[in-house]
Design a binder for this molecule. Sequence first.
Ligand code: PLP
Length: 408
Amino acid sequence: MDPAVTVTSARDFIPSANVADMQESATIRVSTRAKALRAAGRDIIDLGVGEPDFETPAFIREAATRAIAAGVSKYTATEGILPLREAIAAEATARCAAGDRVEPGDVVVSTGSKQALFNACFVLFGAGDEVLIPTPAWTSYYEMVRLARATPVPVRGDPARGFTVTAEMLARAATPRTRGLMLNSPCNPTGAMYDRAELERIVRLADEQGWWLISDEIYRRLTYAGPATSVLELVENRDRLVLVDGVAKAFAMTGWRIGWAIAPREVARTMTAFQSHVTSNAASVSQHAALAALTEREQGDAAVAGFVTELARRRDDVLRIVGAEPRLSFIEPGGAFYLFVDASAAARGGRSGGDVLAEHLLERHDVAVVPGAAFLTPHWVRASYAAPRPVVMAGFERLVQGFRELAS
Ligand code: PLP
């Protein structure tokens, strides 16, 4: 063995009870596998990714370069620089129901909206609490709730309605231990959007029951069939609302790691205190880049509109390709950049359709998709169209081909 290589292994390592049941993010696992196969020389089309392929707009990168040149290299306030929180608060206030104002003190900037969501779960929920999660949902929600020692309660949506849930479904799933509800519209993995009337009913129910409502609106600006309704437009007061958003998806800034929570002041303070022990502030240069994204409005809006136009084109291509196979059902996405496909016809030997199709596509067709088990819907797969158009089209053609081979 090369003497420069030391192989270490932790002797008798048993993960602590904190993480004993934790699963690695299934979506990240698929991407890692796709990258490894690519590195090994396979020409993999990665439809597993959850990030836009676009480059971050130049005006944002330039703002970051200016910040570096100006010496922005120190810790900032844990909750983020004031101008960024002011910009977030102003943008949110413009969406608020009449009379409400979001103040910078209600905003906590974090290392991605993922951290904002984790902060919220950790601060609001604990042992014995149940948290309703309309399902399928983003894989990390379930783990975050569990890491807070609370119990995620998946509430399965209706496939005929894009897997969205109704207020009645949530009410039926609730118990005296229900403490919160995690909403995501447009939704990862389905791309489905809640209509305003249903959201109103859900918000009212949460308010009546005194539940914490965590509304993850990270895909709010990426929609094709009209704008998504923000929960901010609906709530009469924000006493029990934590709204989560970020720049990652709308501005193609996934790697910059900037997201935020808007929460009642006391909750925001507690989240800040918690974050002060975990990561402190989000990267200072990235905060300045996000500030440009939010405040250079004309350029920001034009960039987002350009991304949406391109994503809409790809979505139309994808719908045409999968629509050509009558046995393939899917959710028609109103937002985000995922197609959620019913693979139950591929099930065999006791294995779910989603697992069988995802494995078949990777091994036989060099296409990576995420098996629906990651979102607690094992007979489905999620395929992303956030890749260049020819790649997306080739990938979905192979998906249909692979499905035909298994379903016939
Ligand atoms: N929320 C949802 C629904 C997501 O799909 C993702 C990323 O895939 C995130 C949050 C995390 O985004 P960020 O990059 O801001 O941490």
